[in-house]
Write a protein that binds this ligand. Sequence first.
Ligand code: TYM
Length: 384
Amino acid sequence: MVEEKFVVTPWEVRGAVDYDRLIRDFGTQPISGPLAKKLEEILGDAAYLVRRRVFFSHRDLDLVLDDYSKGRGLFLYTGRGPSGPMHIGHIISFYFTKWLQDKFHTTVYIQITDDEKFLEEKRNLSYEDTQRWAVDNILEIAAVGFEPDRTFILQDTEFIGNAYPMVLKIARRVNYSLAKSVFGFTGETNIGFTFYPSYQILPSLLEKRRCLIPSAIDQDPYWRIQRDIAESMGYYKAAAVHSKFLPPLTGMQDKMSSSKPETAIYLSDDDKTVRNKVYRYAFSGGQATKEEHRKKGGDPDVDVPFQWLYMFFEPNDKRIEQIRAEYKSGRMLTGDLKDILIEKVTTFLSQHRQRREKARDLVHLYKKDGTLAREMWKRDFAKS
Ligand code: TYM
């Protein structure tokens, strides 16, 4: 058997991820050619995320764009498991979803999976912990600036009364051997966790239009199951756009973790913390000494500050290529590169923080005290 060099599941990302291999293994499609161009046009200023293959893979994106151009519409769905403070990697899909909402003027459903994070035993979170993190994380998400009238934050433990009939209909269609093979459940897995995937599928069936789901590629296994059952239930197969993982500060071989502060920059980190983390922990592709660096140059491909600039923080193509060239040639030192990143991250976070303060009053609009939930239920669930 070939040795597994990396692992990507919804609960674990380990090793150096080979993204082309994932496209083959998961059976998704690369975002390339005319389709990539179309998505770039839609994204405008954010097109660099497609051009640089940060969002690199998809399912049925072509059909989504076709539905949009023919006036059939679509809706968007993404989510967050409130297991701790959110880091910069987590927020990328939310900004991406907001940019799509701005263009498509469509509904966004955001699932907060407090149940999932309680049931995921290795996290060892109490139920109360998950509730506190849900409040914290919802505020971070509200700071992204979704349109209040078209955005619904659905927190699993609150929404369950509306969702349960439909979740049951989903659950009855998924047998244990499929779930086991997709998610790797074992005899030790608690039964709540084996039921949970039926709830993560639910928001993709909230409307009888095509649902487009932006997320990192770790969430794709759910959509695979959704696509097996959706049509038999009278709904569309979910479409998805998948991103790569923003690498942890400490090096490319891992996933940023909410529970390991040195691997990530949290949305709540102040400027001083950002500076300390980048200086102390950011894995550098530079040489051991200044002299050696000037002579041999740095390696941007493994340098985390460069990768963070490339994947999110420096949208300007000319500027990023300039940085790459300077760093490779040895003219730019590791410290200079780190300073560029620190400036970008602190500016981004200060804007995010300002919006977070304003967003406090928006949260109840996103949650809508269950009103939208009831409307959805009347319109779609009750008759299915
Ligand atoms: P969670 O909380 O693990 O992750 C939230 C979102 O962040 C993405 N992500 C990353 N993106 C870029 N770089 C990283 N290093 C990185 N780490 C995580 C995840 O792919 C996700 O999009 N079960 C889900 C919650 C959920 C959900 C959804 C997510 C429910 N429904 C629909 C996306 C779409 C979870 O625990 O995500």
